[in-house]
Design a protein around this ligand. Structure first.
Ligand SMILES: [Mn+2]
Length: 256
């Protein structure tokens, strides 16, 4: 079984097309999508059309929830832009996505953790770190996966590609992000995600003859300058910088 995992596309259609082309070039049995599909100042409607036609096994991330909530009250800039640039039919498709999915026996898809689309599985927000976030320890991940019966858990949300063999538990894989390689966030504490290059990320897991999984974390070339230009056109200068560099600088404002 050869499984491709995409996650956190965030409306970045050229990054998605480059990743899909790379998946098509390799032998792949199934591609799954771990959520955060459209939110951001890029191409939400065009990305929705592409994903709806692909009909991959797909779960909702926190941004699907947040985008849909914009119908009741103004949301964050990324969610609100995507809300205003999608159709009712596209939002109805988002609303029907499950939070978790078992696309194959023994494989569990989650966005963040099994019980939260906002908290990271393989990363830990930690104010003692310069970036405010670090790799989670095996003990932390084991605790977060308590009661989960799976051999492979695939996730996204932090945009950090990672693999961890949980002691006495599953293999856990964060696919990274197709569409956005850096950002800052204040959930659980201010922190900066910095993958260090603008390449689109995805993961490929292959079950070998002995039953174990081989994992590849892949960085795909695409036209990130075009994505950055689209963000700039839509007034999102922070996104333009993150897309162009894969790096998020700390804000200059000392109050932050
Ligand atoms: Mn997320």
């Amino acid at each position: 079984m050869r499984l491709a995992i995409v996650s956190d596309i965030h409306g970045n259609l050229p990054a998605l097309e480059a990743v899909l082309a790379d998946i098509a070039r390799r032998d792949t049995d199934l591609t799954v999508n771990c959520g955060d599909l459209l939110s951001g100042p890029l191409w939400p409607s065009e990305t929705a059309d592409r994903l709806m036609a692909l009909n991959l096994p797909t779960i909702a991330g926190n941004h699907e929830r947040q985008l849909l909530a914009c119908a009741r009250r103004p949301g964050g800039a990324s969610d609100h832009y995507a809300f205003e640039h999608t159709t009712a039919a596209q939002r109805a498709w988002l609303a029907a996505l499950p939070a978790r999915l078992t696309p194959l026996p023994g494989v569990l898809m989650v966005h963040g953790r099994p019980d939260s689309d906002l908290d990271y599985l393989l990363d830990t927000v930690d104010a003692a770190e310069p970036a405010g976030v670090r790799a989670a320890t095996p003990a932390e991940v084991r605790q977060r996966l308590q009661g989960i019966d799976a051999e492979l858990v695939v996730c996204g949300h932090s945009h950090h590609p990672r693999v961890m063999q949980v002691p006495g538990g599953p293999l856990a894989v964060n696919a990274g992000s197709v569409g956005l390689q850096a950002y800052d966030d204040d959930h659980a504490g201010l922190h900066w995600i910095r993958n260090g290059s603008p390449h689109a990320r995805y993961a490929r897991c292959e079950r070998k003859a002995d039953g174990g999984w081989q994992v590849e974390l892949i960085a795909v070339n695409y036209d990130w300058s075009a994505a950055a230009a689209q963000a700039r056109r839509n007034g999102a200068l922070d996104w333009a910088e993150w897309l162009q560099t894969g790096w998020a600088e700390a804000p200059i404002d000392p109050a932050l």
